[in-house]
Design a protein around this ligand. Structure first.
Ligand code: DX5
Ligand code: ZN
Length: 220
């Protein structure tokens, strides 16, 4: 299994101090920062878009932005995100939002970003074809319905992680939604190596300890 990467979700951070919040997490051992972009269409909420991410890229040297694009037209935002200056970027779109995931992946990679594909709880792992998975750098299995932070972990999504890990032993597989020091165990056992956590990390007085713990659970 690939190595552990912990990606704190800034959705649970103080948006008024976003750059400082990202810097704090990186100092605490986070390699990626999970940026939840919501457009009010694919999901009801609106969070932030490229103009905000641009400020983060500028203000947080060394940041790797794990952009989770909960948007209805994933192809529409590729250029805007690609134009942002940051140390590293991944563009993760939902397979439910497009009829042509292959061309979306190609566009993302042409613009120099890592490409990733997400599935919502009601989408089976078989929606990710071998062709899509082989082109993608990462697969994301949502463990809550996308749209807001702080929701309860959905256990019945975990078998999809195991199914994808069996098909793709070397691929980065991320889980997102309701992850904490308890729920991480079944996800890591099923084969996920990239862990998103918002509430569990930002809500803890010692986030660096949560990050260290989560890494150890995946890598053990
Ligand atoms: C949900 C988002 C998640 C969310 C995770 O739509 O994609 O990234 O912020 O937050 P927690 O860890 O609080 O469930
Ligand atoms: Zn997310």
């Amino acid at each position: 299994m690939p190595r552990a990467i912990i990606s704190p979700s800034v959705l649970a951070s103080d948006f008024g101090n976003l750059n400082a919040e990202c810097t704090r997490m990186m100092k605490g051992g986070a390699e990626w920062l999970h940026m939840d972009v919501m457009d009010g269409h694919f999901v009801p909420n609106i969070t932030m878009g490229a103009p905000v991410l641009k400020c983060v890229g500028k203000g947080v040297p060394g940041i790797f932005m794990d952009c989770h694009m909960m948007v209805a037209h994933p192809e529409q935002w590729i250029d805007d995100i690609a134009d942002i200056e940051a140390a590293g970027k991944q563009y993760c779109f939902h397979i439910e939002a497009t009829s042509d995931p292959i061309s979306v992946i190609h566009k993302i990679k042409e613009r120099g970003m890592r490409a990733a594909v997400a599935i919502s709880p009601d989408t089976p792992s078989s929606a990710i074809t071998d062709e899509v998975a082989n082109l993608a750098d990462m697969l994301l299995v949502m463990t809550v319905y996308p749209g807001k932070g702080g929701q309860k972990f959905i256990e019945w999504c975990v078998p999809k992680v195991a199914e994808l890990r069996a098909r793709f032993p070397e691929k980065d597989i991320e889980v997102d939604g309701g992850l904490n020091k308890k729920t991480i165990h079944e996800c890591a056992a099923a084969g996920s190596n990239v862990i998103v956590a918002g509430t569990a990390i930002f809500g803890d007085p010692q986030p660096e300890q949560v990050i260290t713990y989560m890494k150890s659970v995946v890598d053990e």
